[in-house]
Write a protein that binds this ligand. Sequence first.
Ligand SMILES: [Zn+2]
Length: 351
Amino acid sequence: MIADQIRGHQLILEMLHRGLSRSRLPHALLFVGNAGIGKKRVARHLAQCLFCQQTPADQLVCCNECNSCKQMAAGTHPDLISVECPPDKAILPLSLIIGKDEQRGRKGVCYEMSLRPMLGDRRIAIIDDADKMNAESANALLKTLEEPAANYLMILIASELDAILPTIRSRCQSIRFGRLSDEDVAALLVQQQLAESEEQAIQVARLAEGSLSTASQLLDESLEELRVNITRQLSKKPFQPQVFAQSIMQAIDDIGGETATQRKTANWIIKFCVDFYHQAIQHAANYGSGSHSKQIEQFVAGFSDETADRIEKLGNLLDRLILTEEQINQNATIALCIESLSEDLRSIQMK
Ligand SMILES: [Zn+2]
């Protein structure tokens, strides 16, 4: 893995580098921060630098060419033990920590970490979703953490610090990861070829709240289509509330799923609307990035009011959306929320 694929965590990389150069890297680290911001990437990079056969072990660098680096890139390094919660499970299975019933103590992270290194001089475990361990798993892991072998490193990754047992926490050095900037998310979307164009990457990054995984979800075809459709509807003059409400309800039906999924879709829709009006305010007030789409420009130009009145109107539209967001989160009927929202969006614009 190449360090320049890690974005937004320069201070953490420097801190890890300092720890290495002073031989003060603890035997257990706990990376904490929102999902999708690159914690695992940093963990894997650290592991690769420690494993690399061509670069000094006291520096956070790797060659990307030695056998060890190649095995890291291929995901086959025999001294890296990496576990995570399967997508269909809410709890990290105990079997990943101490093996299944019939293999108890002969498989899993704890056993693997008791073995000698095979390729280099250390073994490293990355435990993603460590906040999804139950008490039994955490207690099993605790034993390994309490009796650290030399040159063994355990990296726990979690979104919620509070979900980690205090006994585990106290044995790890916690490192808190901040959210990514919109620019970093956009750059990563382009770099990893997740977005089709830079423009799409920038638009999606703005909604992703600093998380690359949220941004990837947004690039899902049906959500992307929905976002484009909503932008088109909102920019129409005059705004057509019935058409707007109908097309939203149709989209929610098309995406389908249980009520919880529908609520999630509805939340995305509100986010798309908020983003649209937010951009419009920025454009109307002449601040922000300055590069807004034609749709935004035309929408703002369509107001006959003075600038201050326009901004006030747009602010009222935003307030109305936030009210809908609250209603949806409080389990109100989605169809009713959307209908009354549509009518109000029209009347605010007509004033
Ligand atoms: Zn190497």
